[in-house]
Design a protein around this ligand. Structure first.
Ligand code: KG4
Ligand code: ZN
Length: 343
């Protein structure tokens, strides 16, 4: 029997990127993203400005996604959107747009959990990606989350460890702010770290009751105190040592992440290990994980760069699995700023 191809238009608007993608089954036909530069001047995302920018971007972004995919909206089988977690004002723009479009086209509406989508981005059919087999471990690291998950199935996630305060993306972004770098600081720290010495300065690893949990708020404070102390001795300490500071902070963060991940693998006996989320774009994390293949015999899964930070293709692949299960949303479905990983 020849199976009909499923075309899904997906929309992502959980934070400060407006995304739209069209998938044909598990393949991406288009993946359009409009960022919002306006937040850089404020040192972080301003929710009010983010929702306004989503309203400006959503129509042209969806239009472009359909054009690039070369399909007509009448050929779509379903409309998917990010239901949460995220900023309420931002989520509402995507939710309302997706609902209206699905009602007017008389096709199913599929609400998607943003954090599940980061993980399931690994299942997008792409020559540069390999699908991890179940169960696998996934270190999900973004601006809002830091979790080690045992992924049993497309819809079954066990949290083995998570942050008890700040997310790792916040640790990158807040450190960047202390160094006078613009938002989002993660990619900039990554770039400058390549020019510095990772062993120049030492930052200690925060302790947690559960050995698989993370804590980044004390880590950030220790960097603040370190910088204040050094600046008393040399007011130009930051500018004179910027690359070394970035390299040392990043190296400490990577060590914290990898130590927990190694423990999780030891405890569970699972050696298929993936990373996901915006921070998994970090070059040192990607390189270090790769070395685990030879060091520990792990099978590692590193997402294609464009599927790491927020994007609509990951919403589309998650929606595809829900479509196969006929797991559709009602017209009364609402956006939710907090959403459990299994919801
Ligand atoms: O997944 P994402 O795009 O949005 C959320 O769902 O939060 O993640 C954004 C986070 C930001 O904190 C950003 O600084 C960080 O990912 N990030 C990076 C890199 N690229 C993005 N952090 C470190 N190194 C990078 N190359
Ligand atoms: Zn995200």
């Amino acid at each position: 029997m020849i199976q009909k191809s499923i075309h899904i238009l997906s929309i992502e608007s959980s934070c400060d990127d407006t995304g739209a993608a069209v998938l044909k089954n598990k393949k991406v036909l288009s993946n359009v993203i409009a960022g919002q530069k306006i937040h850089a001047a404020y040192g972080g995302v301003v929710p009010e400005l983010a929702s306004r920018a989503h309203q400006q971007h959503i129509v042209p972004v969806v239009d472009q996604a359909l054009k690039q995919a070369g399909i007509d909206k009448e050929q779509l089988d379903a409309i998917a959107f990010t239901q949460g977690p995220g900023l309420m004002g931002s989520l509402l723009v995507g939710t309302s747009f997706a609902k209206s479009l699905s009602i007017s086209l008389e096709i199913p509406l599929i609400p998607v959990n943003h954090m599940q989508a980061h993980v399931l981005a690994h299942f997008i059919e792409d020559e540069s990606q390999i699908e991890p087999p179940f169960p696998f471990l996934c270190l999900t690291i973004s601006g809002g989350h830091t979790q080690i998950l045992k992924v049993r199935a497309y819809d079954n996630f066990e949290i083995l460890g998570e942050t008890i305060d700040d997310a790792v993306g916040e640790a990158f972004d807040k450190t960047a702010k202390l160094l006078g770098l613009p938002y989002p600081g993660g990619p900039l720290i990554d770039k400058l770290a390549r020019l510095g010495n990772p062993g120049a300065f030492l930052f200690s690893e925060p302790k947690t009751d559960n050995p698989l949990d993370f804590s980044f708020s004390g880590f950030k404070t220790s960097i603040l105190y370190f910088l204040q102390k050094e600046q008393k001795k040399d007011p130009s300490f930051i500018e004179n040592n910027l690359n070394d500071i970035c390299a040392s902070v990043q190296h400490s963060i990577v060590n914290i992440l990898m130590n927990r991940l190694k423990k999780a693998s030891e405890i569970t006996g699972i050696d298929h290990v993936a990373i996901a989320g915006g921070v998994s774009a970090n070059s040192e994390i990607r390189e270090t994980l790769k070395t685990m293949e030879t060091e520990l015999g792990w099978h590692t899964y590193i997402p294609k760069f464009e599927y790491t930070t927020d994007n609509a293709a990951m919403i589309g692949i998650t929606a595809y699995f829900k479509y196969l299960d006929k797991n559709f949303g009602k017209e009364s479905v609402v956006a939710t700023s907090r959403l459990d990983i299994n919801a």
